[in-house]
Ligand binder design. Structure first.
Ligand code: FES
Ligand code: FE2
Length: 436
């Protein structure tokens, strides 16, 4: 439980807010490359309550500009892509990807007005099929050498979805290992051979027991949290019997991503990016240490629930997230279908637009949340006092930020840290791209 004032401080990210200042010190995902309509590659982007237009010019360069035209503020997201840039539909002013004004066609032919106008533009970088933007002050940080950013394109797949709630409660679901035994409980196990691309449907490493069975039957996990150079490592143990322990290692990459295992060879790095205080997009980068990712299959599985171009799930508050009494009685804990992402979405959206944390009662399973909130509050204080934001890599330190390793396996020994470290090292050694 925290005070209303502290809750505001941690959750509100609009321009000028303390948490908004902090999050603006990091690269933020703003679009999937796959979401651009090739016929008109222009997207409106709302990020932390600020509005931008994102476009790809005829040369394939991306630009992110303030969305209101500097002439009389019409919406550039409705503009025309022509003559080397983006032309406003109101009076035809033309801007390149750097925000330079190239043309003010209604002005006299001798006019130099163009030279005095510049639309603000922001740095953009494409990584793993996601465009990241930097809208903060000063120079952007370097990119950490995380697996999701260093894997070759064929070994990653990116997708996104809109959740209609504050970003922090969405991120907090990713550092809460206990909920998987309840929220994601399936009463029957599927054939683990058919689990490709699905979360919590396969078997753990070194085991043929479906993960659904482990989560269902071992529902009092032992959780430990370690602070690391990238954020947090969360180790969750479920003791299966005298000789076997289910070990699951997940991470928080500060400030807004979690890194978790999806299968024995695939991990998910999921960012929770505030659209404003009441909405966030999750951006997931799936990274394979095994075979290249079947991108068409992963895309088809996901667009059923999250249709482009806005990726707003068709299960949402307006239809009770697809809730079925019959299904809740016979198939799933939630009665909201078999996509665990929808379960998480319900959990977060049902907490309210911004969770009222003055009414919560945290338990021992919430220990990572408690540690994370402390990290976040400290970082907000630091940036407010003019210090550098933490875990913001420089070109030198970025190479040190690797992994982070996430793992899901069944250990037949007693040294569980050694177990997952060995498993992760073996997986990297066998991988075509992640050899140390
Ligand atoms: S408002 Fe954009 S050109 Fe006039
Ligand atoms: Fe979940």
């Amino acid at each position: 439980m925290i005070s209303a004032e502290h809750n505001d401080k941690l959750t509100r990210v609009g321009p000028g807010t303390p948490a908004g200042k902090l999050l603006r010190q990091y690269w933020q995902p703003v679009a999937l490359v796959a979401e651009f309509d090739p016929k008109k590659p222009i997207r409106a982007v709302r990020l932390m309550g600020d509005d931008f237009v994102l476009f790809r010019d005829a040369e394939g360069r991306y630009g992110l500009l303030d969305r209101d035209c500097p002439h009389r503020n019409a919406d550039l997201a409705y503009g025309r892509l022509e003559d080397g840039g983006l032309r406003c539909a109101f009076h035809g002013w033309l801007f390149d990807v750097h925000g330079n004004c190239l043309d003010t066609p209604a002005e006299p032919a001798t006019s130099h007005l163009c030279k005095h106008v510049k639309q603000r533009s922001y740095p953009l970088v494409e990584k793993a099929g996601v465009l990241f933007a930097y809208i903060g002050s000063g120079e952007p940080p370097a990119f950490p050498a995380f697996d999701c950013f260093t894997a070759p394109d064929a070994y990653t797949f990116a997708f996104k979805g809109l959740w209609e709630c504050n970003w922090l409660q969405a991120l907090e679901v990713g550092m809460d290992p206990a909920h998987a035994s309840y929220l994601h409980r399936f009463f029957e196990d599927e054939n683990t051979e058919e689990s490709y691309g699905k979360q919590f449907r396969g078997a753990s490493s070194d085991s043929d027991v479906p993960i659904t069975k482990v989560l269902r039957e071992y529902d009092r996990p032992e959780i430990s949290v370690a602070t690391t150079d990238y954020g947090l490592r969360i180790t969750t143990l479920r003791v299966l019997d005298e000789s076997q322990t289910h070990v699951r290692v997940t991470n928080i990459a500060f400030p807004q991503a979690f890194v978790i295992p999806m299968s024995s060879h695939m991990t998910i790095t999921q960012f929770h990016v505030p659209v404003d205080d009441h909405n966030n997009y999750w951006y997931s980068i799936f990274t394979s240490f095994g075979p290249p990712v079947d991108k068409p299959a992963m895309w088809e599985q996901r667009i059923q629930t999250y249709p482009p171009p806005d990726f707003r799930p068709n299960r949402n508050r307006s239809n009770h997230w697809g809730f079925s009494v019959e299904e809740q009685a016979t198939q799933t804990f939630t009665g909201m279908g078999h996509d665990i992402n929808v379960h998480d979405q319900w959990a977060c959206e049902s907490q309210g637009s911004i969770q009222n944390r003055t009414r919560e009662h945290l338990g021992s399973t919430d220990k990572a949340i408690i540690v994370y909130r402390r990290l976040l509050a400290d970082a907000i204080e630091k940036v407010g006092a003019g210090e550098t934001a933490p875990m913001r890599p420089t070109a030198l330190s970025a190479a040190q930020l690797v992994g982070p390793a996430s793992y899901d396996g069944v250990d037949s020994g007693k040294d569980h840290d050694a177990y997952w470290q060995k498993g992760d090292a073996a997986r990297r050694a066998a991988s075509p791209w992640a050899k140390p």
